[in-house]
Design a protein around this ligand. Structure first.
Ligand SMILES: NC(=O)c1ccc[n+]([C@@H]2O[C@H](COP(=O)([O-])OP(=O)(O)OC[C@H]3O[C@@H](n4cnc5c(N)ncnc54)[C@H](OP(=O)(O)O)[C@@H]3O)[C@@H](O)[C@H]2O)c1
Length: 267
């Protein structure tokens, strides 16, 4: 990753990306962090890794990549101060949920921009990020953004920004559905007679372990499911309940559609 990056906002997501870049071998010299008030932990991380930190955009030259990781509600107050950070070679990248390319363009002008939808497993470098570039983005800029996001997990691209609402509904909000599955399994375990703590441990470790297995396996989830389902066995008995008409498949589809609709309303 031999290009310059200015990270605007070193909070949860910005901090995760920063750590991913450093652990993927990006030179600290190539990184500048702009954040008026990072946490003490972040300040320690920046100084111990010799990463340049500034509190004010006025001190900076345009980088190759300007990556915005501030809260969506901060965007309108932050963007006007960043116009001088976008030079002819700069691609502006935003990971803010719900902030469209058009909104970014209102403040930054007709410049190269990428909207990215990451998700929370990025915090443990197992994220899913989906990028959507505008027509100004060059192949080299796209490769640079890909490399930056790849440092915190998998990366996919869509050309049609409207798909970001569906992306948000599946991978952006998706971790919460999986956490809820773990909650439901724990509650069900208690109902089946397990002590509370044991039920939660079994549910959480099962969700986490199954996710890891899925991630490492070459097989699709349907095959992994079939691999553990003996005819007339215990798993089959449970799946007969989950896979019925109006069962889990329909429920998840309704949930994803609701999230997509809400994402459209918020954009
Ligand atoms: N967290 C996730 O997993 C996740 C998933 C998908 C998308 N995102 C997106 O990622 C973005 C960041 O979320 P987050 O959870 O990382 O938020 P966060 O922890 O609040 O981080 C935002 C950081 O930006 C700083 N900041 C505030 N004003 C600034 C300014 N004028 N210039 C530079 N930095 C400024 C904040 O400082 P203060 O704390 O002092 O205000 C904070 O350190 C959001 O837009 C969110 O939609 C996050």
């Amino acid at each position: 990753m031999n290009f310059s990056v200015t990270l605007v906002g070193a909070g949860n997501m910005g901090g995760a990306m920063l750590k991913g870049w450093i652990s993927n071998g990006m030179k600290a010299d190539n990184i500048t962090v702009l954040d008026p008030a990072p946490s003490d932990t972040m300040r320690d991380y920046l100084s111990s890794n010799n990463i340049r930190h500034v509190e004010n955009a006025d001190e900076l030259q345009p980088p190759d990549v300007m990556l915005l990781a501030v809260k969506p509600q901060m965007m309108e107050s932050v963007l006007p101060g960043l116009v001088g950070l976008v030079g002819p070679q700069t691609v502006a990248v935003s990971v803010a949920a719900g902030t469209t390319l058009a909104t970014l363009g209102t403040f930054l002008g007709d410049v190269a921009m990428v909207r990215v939808m990451p998700n929370t497993p990025s915090l443990v470098l197992k994220g899913m990020s989906v990028g959507c570039p505008n027509s100004k983005v060059t192949e080299m800029q796209r490769q640079n953004v890909h490399a930056l996001m790849h440092a915190i997990g998998a990366v996919e691209w869509v050309e049609d920004e409207k798909l970001i609402d569906a992306v948000t509904a599946v991978s952006g909000s998706g971790p919460a559905y999986v956490f809820y599955l773990a909650e439901c399994m724990a509650e069900a375990g208690k109902a089946a007679g397990l002590p509370d703590t044991l039920a939660m441990t079994l549910a959480a470790q099962t969700v986490s372990g199954a996710g890891e297995l899925l991630g490492q396996s070459q097989e699709p989830p349907a095959q992994l499911r079939r691999n553990v389902t003996s005819p007339n066995g215990t798993t089959a008995a449970a799946l007969d309940v989950l896979m019925t008409e109006n069962g889990m498949g329909d429920l998840v589809e309704r949930a994803v559609m609701a999230a997509k609709k809400r994402s459209e309303e918020l954009s």
